[in-house]
Design a binder for this molecule. Structure first.
Ligand SMILES: [Cu+2]
Length: 462
């Protein structure tokens, strides 16, 4: 990729926006406030919301639309909003913005690309804000999306609550990251999750967003297969079928769902932790319609020439360091979970989340040039660091999209564009990207305990 192909991309986006003939100015108002949110009948919790609901107000746009988003902070703490996955001017990206209690900030940007994105706070520490319910979809519609029988977004999350809905500190499963004991789809759990109501022959577009701060969600559909068309909002040249969707924090997956089950029958899309509450009923009405063909338009996507052979410009080693624990003689099999549980979240500071041995803000910045192809190798050293903690780290880059060159040295079967990628414990990934917007952009783990703990650095694009 070079300046030429980037300007070509701009031309293509311009044309498609013109083709849709709907690009326009679009104004949104988002009040951030605390609300009693009902996760299920009899289970209410005090949530922080974008516009009074969990998930928050879904923003819909078309490429080329000039978005004007007026955000008013009615919380008692400062916050901001990050537009996860969208390439926006640096001063609209979020992390550098502070919206004080009682004040309003107006975001203004134009989405370039279609796809499934989302928004959430990026005011550090982020964990408390995102975990209380501050997240919402941002969908940039493609012309073909309206040809599906329906288009549904499912935002996945988890909450750690007592039986009366009171938010508990710490984590539900005895590790250092915040895992919940109640899992939700679009802010609802168990029987309160609304069904996907279909008719035989229909073809639906389903968009999955993982807003959890640490949990990976694995969803399995009964009696059907998903056709995966987009990862992190980016269309695949060769969609593939699967009955399972794995989605790490920050990631998005779009899938077609062909309703080829029996009229009147009941199916489900269910988590591999069904006891925590995620199961989406798929309910068939009677009768059928003529089978709806796929309107999906595969892009002409190529592997970046020269990127595989290129030596990495930067090598990052991300790791969980349990140094504080070890020094106190409490590492190993001592029962971290119990200790964290009794000491609360202030004990989190004793574990370190690092990039090349340092935690933000001590991490070293990556200095790159606008328009230049950058190859980045990221090792996940968790399998070899002390303390035995072992976890995939979903690494997210702001300000651009990257191509996945390889995972553990194996190139993907087709070119894949993403903004968030799980780096496997003990493994590594190779990524290539080109920054198009100048400024300081964040690169961090989307397990928010890790991000807040310092597994974060910046890419300076000049
Ligand atoms: Cu991580």
């Amino acid at each position: 990729m070079n300046r030429f192909s980037l300007s070509m991309a701009t031309v293509i986006v311009g044309l498609s926006a013109l083709g849709a003939a709907t690009a326009s100015e679009s104004t949104w108002k988002i009040d951030i406030s605390q609300t009693e949110w009902e996760l299920a009948p009899g289970l209410k919790t005090p949530a922080w919301t974008y516009g009074g609901t969990v998930p928050g107000i879904p923003i819909a746009a078309r490429p080329g639309d000039q978005l004007r988003i007026e955000v008013t902070n009615k919380l008692a703490v400062p916050t901001n909003i990050h537009w996860h996955g969208l390439v926006v001017p640096n001063d609209q990206d979020g992390p550098a913005i502070v919206i004080q209690p009682g004040s309003t900030f107006v975001y203004s940007f134009t989405p370039r690309e279609t796809g499934t994105y989302w928004y959430h706070p990026h005011f550090r520490p982020v964990l408390d804000q995102l975990d209380r319910g501050l997240y919402a979809p941002l969908i940039v519609l493609a012309p073909e999306d309206s040809s599906y029988s329906g288009d549904r977004t499912f935002v996945l999350d988890d909450w750690y609550l007592d039986a009366r809905g009171k938010r508990l500190p710490g984590t539900a499963d005895g590790e250092m990251e915040r895992f919940g004991n109640v899992e939700t789809v679009n802010g609802k759990t168990g029987q309160a999750i609304g069904p996907l109501a279909v008719t035989r022959g229909e073809r639906w577009k389903l968009r999955f967003i993982n807003a959890s701060t640490a949990a990976i969600h694995r969803l399995k559909v009964s009696g059907h297969r998903f056709r995966i068309t987009h990862l992190d909002g980016h269309a695949l040249a060769a969609p593939y079928e699967s009955d399972t969707i794995d989605i790490a924090p920050g990631e998005r997956v779009d899938a077609e769902f062909v309703a080829d089950g029996e009229p009147g029958a009941l199916y489900s899309i269910t988590s591999d932790r069904p006891d925590l509450g995620i199961s989406i009923p798929v309910v068939y009405g009677n009768g059928s319609v003529a089978r709806v063909p796929s309107p999906f338009v595969p892009p002409d996507l190529r592997f970046l020439p020269g990127a595989q052979e290129k030596a990495p410009d930067f090598v990052l080693r991300v790791a969980t360091l349990m140094g504080g624990m070890m020094q106190m003689g409490m590492g190993g099999s001592m029962g971290m979970g119990n200790m964290m549980g009794s000491m609360g979240s202030s004990a989190m500071g004793m574990a370190g989340w690092t990039i090349n041995g340092k935690s933000f803000p001590e991490t070293e910045a990556l200095n790159v040039k606008i328009g230049e192809l950058v190859k980045l190798r990221i090792f996940n050293d968790d399998a070899v660091t002390a303390g035995g903690h072992r976890m995939d780290h979903p690494i997210h880059l702001h300000g651009t999209v990257f191509q996945v060159l390889s995972v553990d040295g194996v190139a993907p079967a087709q070119p894949i564009l993403k903004d968030t990628i799980p780096v496997p414990a003990g493994g590594y990934v190779d990524l290539a990207f080109v920054m198009t917007e100048s400024g300081q952009w964040m690169l961090h783990c989307h397990v928010i305990d890790h991000e807040d703990g310092g597994m974060l650095t910046v890419v300076n694009a000049r």
